[in-house]
Design a protein. Structure first.
Lengths: 898, 113
């Protein structure tokens, strides 16, 4: 505690430094006067008395300084001195300072921007009570659980101090027509209590809201409350219509709580027990095979992860027996009974961005780190050149007694100053850059609202980057600069007093490193750009342009199941009749939407060797689907109006399925049997193949060909309440929206509609490769620019150093072109070594990114060659400019200057 | 100059102890009084470069051994008076104990010859 008091006193003194200086001066003056008066009383003349007093007292100025230093902060004062000196010397060479600060700002900015995203989606814990005690309860690998399993866990929870379940959903706020979605959550009654989230207004849910048949209640988020209700305090008791059902608002959550998904906040939470209200005909509450809930537990204070897992697994057999899906086949049921629970940490919440972009984010961090490294090399180079220019100054300071350590400290302070300035700029860049990046990543289907406000971790990261870079680029030049031979440096004409060879060696090493790293980044950006090009130009089996997709939900439109096929068909007829519509169709699944449906099939004459071998993906489509999507039919025919519920069941398969199941594209007339777990009527579900179409992408553009079987929507005995329409138009599809809305309303006024441009949907699915390509290209260019600056600087320095030699050569009649070559020769060798190193490094590092490439090999000779060409061209240009200037020197002027 | 030669420099590091002692004895002194007290009690043997009292006092203020306040001298002049704090008293005790140990030890060695 003593040092703390001393610190407090020091602070006090340094805040009132003027007053204490005055006090000190006054008491010293008094002392001198009293002593002089005493001497005068002893008989000395006044002037002699004063002199004697002063002699006895000592040097007033020095003592006053010592007194002031006693109160001060010796280390800080020296630092202040160094900083002031550093500022002055940077101001003296603004071009150098600007280049250095800018390089660093870009390097540090890139790193901090990526890091703040990594921090937000992968590192930061949820803003709830003791987030580290939260664990996710999974069944084996399955993160989602059924409601019956959740109820078992909830009612038998001995393992945790609390458990909660939740599921994300979108709720439609519009009363029919075009949908307007709110981000929603289904939550268990204890959700808010277990997380430790109190009500900001009104109340949150409690365990009584977990009872079946609970009234329709909603808790809204602070953001939603502000946005929709302008923070109206009288919002409690108001009715909010979600998917057209009335929900009574009972509470608002605090501003800091944004849900468990860090990718986006939530607008409204409603109890899981209300689920049947929104899905009256297929409630998930008692379904044993609808996996939709994420379940979290809070560890008891004294319990470890392993203990909780062990306790949970004691329960597993009972839970499994109680929740066994009755309609499964015995094999699967036996497997189900073996299920065990697995726990995983949930302190950081959930983020698809975090998992989906994990590899990409790490790659970008690595790239950004390389860019920073190049920037450091650049600044180090500049500092080395500068040290050469300052060697006389440094020699003078050392000659008059400055220690080497003191000068190294001074030079390092300058480096730190540079890096702090760079960091400041970089931090501002990062604030904007990370937001811009998230803006790029955000799509209509996946809107991102990630909290990127910098926290302590981001600050610490940035600061660490600043200090590290300062050491990285400052240490070596500082030591080299102080290794001077005094007499030589002080002599008028000695140009290279620092042991020239060693400084130039480190200079050369830096250039080689820069070239190598830049080449790596260029090769990388070439590969990622190539990947993006491949993905954009590949034939996906459909034509994405000019197609509008309409997701229509008839759930609340009370269309009875028996009428659905008719309503869906009639809607298509009306859509086809619209002016500007080329063709229209419907499907259960729209390609590249992230939704899918698969199952095991038995094909005629095909014996599946494994589960995966018999697997195929399905879609259920209307006539005209292939025409609308422009998927070419290879053999046979499309569905038509004659394929209906009474006619023979038919299927169209794609090329891959035909080859896989039947060994040839021509599979017309073959039979496919589907497994039908839901229906135990006994009759086999048989389909005759009537057509084979070209392969089309199903989930993603990157995927390998997917075996796909298309069934007819007219032959669906259990049509779902929602369907997707595809409309192809002759030009801009968005202009059709009003007339499409009217056409569907004419069939059914109550359908909820969501419009999407198919092209946008496809290109959004390529967001990751696009972002990686754009950013790696940007970083690659940045690296190239930095390397050019480095080469320019080095050549320029060589020109300045050898001015006299050049002057003599020119005076003796040497050709200007040979002078250019003289200057370029050294650089060319460095460039060559750098390129060789860079190619080797690229080949070695290429294996690490194969997962992010498509249709291109990391050692693609064309890509590597192109990168080498671009780099050599840019570097040659950067070195040529100062070399040409050397050749244009006036020999007389160059010689006279020496 | 002549009067300086017959005086001895005070041993380094003992200045604090002397200041603390003077304040311990008198309770409240200003710098000039301290300088006089040290000189008189040592029969003018110990020589302080009088001014060096003041940086020392600043350091002692920072360490919290003494406090300072402005007051008036007998001659009605404004002077800065110092006083020991509890920490200062403790420091005086430890410095004196340490000094005694060292000087006893030195004495033993000298007597052994």
């Amino acid at each position: 505690m003593r040092w703390l008091n001393e610190l407090r006193r020091r602070m006090h003194f340094s805040m009132h430094t003027a007053r204490y200086d005055q006090d000190l001066a006054e008491e010293m003056r008094l002392h001198l006067e009293l002593r002089a008066a005493e001497k005068e009383a002893d008989g000395l003349p006044a002037a002699a008395a004063r002199a004697a007093a002063q002699r006895q007292f000592g040097n007033t100025t020095r003592l006053h300084e010592q007194g002031r230093d006693a109160r001060g902060w010796p280390v800080l004062d020296a630092l202040q001195q160094d900083l002031r000196y550093g500022f002055r010397s940077l101001k003296a060479s603004p071009a150098f300072a600007l280049t250095a600060v800018l390089s660093l700002a870009l390097g540090i900015g890139a790193n901090t921007a990526i890091f703040s995203i990594v921090n937000a989606v992968m590192l930061r814990t949820l803003p709830v009570e003791d987030p580290r005690a939260l664990v996710e309860i999974k069944q084996g690998e399955m993160a989602e659980l059924t409601n019956p399993i959740w109820e078992q866990i909830r009612d038998r929870q001995h393992a945790f101090s609390g458990t909660l379940a939740y599921s994300e959903a979108r709720f439609d706020l519009a009363d029919g027509g075009e949908s307007q979605f709110a981000q929603g959550m289904w939550v268990s009654g204890d959700f808010f209590r277990v997380l430790g989230v109190p009500a900001f207004r009104g109340r949150v849910f409690n365990k009584y809201d977990d009872r079946r048949g609970v009234p329709a209640l909603a808790v809204i988020s602070y953001v939603f409350w502000q946005r929709r209700y302008a923070g109206d305090p009288a919002v409690m008791g108001k009715i909010l219509r979600l998917n057209r059902r009335p929900f009574e608002i009972v509470g608002v959550t605090p501003p800091w709580f944004t849900g468990l998904n860090v990718d986006r906040g939530f607008d409204v939470a409603i109890p899981i027990a209300c689920e049947p209200l929104l899905h009256p005909d297929r409630s998930a509450l008692d379904s044993h095979s609808n996996w939709w809930l994420n379940v979290l537990g809070r560890l008891r204070p004294e319990e470890s992860f392993a203990q909780a897992a062990a306790r949970m697994n004691l329960l597993a057999p009972d839970v499994n027996r109680a929740t066994l899906p009755p309609d499964w086949n015995p094999q699967d049921q036996a497997e189900y009974l073996k299920n065990l629970f697995a726990l995983s940490p949930a302190a950081r919440g959930f983020s698809e961005t975090g998992s989906q972009y994990r590899g990409a984010l790490f790659l970008l961090m690595a790239i950004a780190a390389l860019v920073l490294l190049i920037a450091c090399a650049n600044v180090a180079n500049l500092l080395l050149a500068r040290a050469a220019a300052r060697q006389r100054e440094i020699a003078v300071r050392m000659a008059i007694g400055a220690s080497r350590a003191r000068i190294v400290r001074q030079l390092l302070t300058e480096s730190l100053l540079l890096s702090l300035l760079g960091t400041g700029g970089g931090f501002l860049l990062a604030l904007a850059g990370s937001r811009f990046l998230i803006h790029l990543l955000s799509t209509t289907a996946n809107p991102l609202d990630i909290d990127l406000s910098p926290d302590l971790r981001v600050f610490a990261f940035t600061l660490a980057a600043a200090v590290l870079t300062a050491l990285l680029f400052g240490l070596a030049p500082a030591f080299l600069a102080t290794r001077v031979e005094l007499e030589r440096a002080l002599k008028e004409n000695a140009r290279a007093a620092t042991p020239g060879a060693s400084r130039f060696d480190s200079n050369k090493a830096l250039i080689v490193g820069q070239v190598a790293l830049s080449l790596m980044l260029l090769v990388g950006s070439g590969l990622f750009l190539g990947t993006l090009r491949n993905l954009l130009t590949i034939d996906p089996g459909f034509q994405r342009q000019n197609v509008l997709v309409i997701d229509a939900d008839f759930q609340q439109a009370s269309v009875p199941k028996s009428q659905r096929v008719r309503v869906y068909g009639e809607t298509i007829e009306r859509l086809r009749a619209l002016p500007g519509v080329v063709s229209a169709s419907s499907s259960a699944i729209v390609p590249i939407s992230g939704r899918g449906w698969n199952g095991v099939v038995q094909a005629e004459g095909f014996n599946a060797t494994s589960f995966m071998d018999g697997l195929a993906f399905f879609n259920r489509i209307s006539p005209g689907y292939f025409k609308t999507m422009r998927t070419p039919l290879l053999v046979g025919r499309e569905f038509d109006a004659h394929d209906d519920s009474v006619s023979r069941k038919v299927a169209i398969i794609n090329e891959s399925a035909a080859r896989h199941f039947f060994g040839s594209v021509n599979a017309i007339g073959k039979t496919i049997r589907l497994e039908r777990p839901r229906d135990e009527r006994g009759a086999p579900d048989l389909y005759e193949v009537i057509g084979v179409v070209k392969d089309a992408k199903y989930f993603s553009i990157e995927e390998k060909p997917t075996r796909t079987i298309y069934l007819s929507s007219a032959q669906d005995d259990d049509p779902p309440p929602n369907i997707a329409y595809e409309v192809r138009s002759s030009n801009s599809v968005e202009r059709l929206i009003p007339s499409i809305q009217a056409a569907i309303a004419a069939v059914n006024r109550d359908a909820s509609l969501e419009f999407r441009n198919f092209e946008t949907q496809v290109s959004d699915s390529l967001l990751r490769p696009r972002i990686v390509a754009i950013l790696s290209a940007a970083f690659g260019l940045l690296a190239l620019l930095l390397a050019m600056i480095g080469l320019y600087g080095v050549t320029n320095y060589a020109v300045v150093r050898r001015k006299r030699e050049i002057g003599i050569r020119l005076a003796l009649g040497e050709q200007r072109s040979s002078v250019v070559w003289l200057m370029l020769r050294g650089v060319a060798r460095l460039l060559l070594i750098g390129i060789l190193c860079g190619v080797a490094a690229s080949l070695a590092a290429g294996r690490l990114v194969t997962g992010l490439l498509y249709g291109i090999q990391p050692n693609d000779p064309l890509q590597v060659g192109a990168a080498v060409f671009i780099l050599a061209l840019a570097a040659g240009l950067a070195a040529y400019l100062p070399a040409r200037r050397a050749a244009r020197l006036d020999p007389m002027a160059a010689l006279r200057e020496e | 100059m002549t009067d300086q030669t017959k005086r001895d420099e005070i041993p380094p590091g003992t200045l604090y102890m002397l200041i603390l002692k003077s304040l311990g004895r008198h309770g409240r002194l200003h710098g000039f009084e301290m300088a006089n007290w040290i000189q008189q009690l040592s029969d003018d043997v110990l020589q302080v470069e009088e001014g060096s009292l003041y940086p020392a006092l600043q350091r002692m203020l920072v360490k919290g051994w003494v406090t300072a306040e402005w007051g008036l001298t007998a001659g009605n002049r404004r002077a800065r008076y110092y006083r020991l704090t509890a920490d200062g008293r403790k420091q005086l005790r430890t410095e004196m104990a340490q000094y005694r140990r060292v000087s006893d030890a030195i004495q033993k060695i000298l007597q052994a010859v």
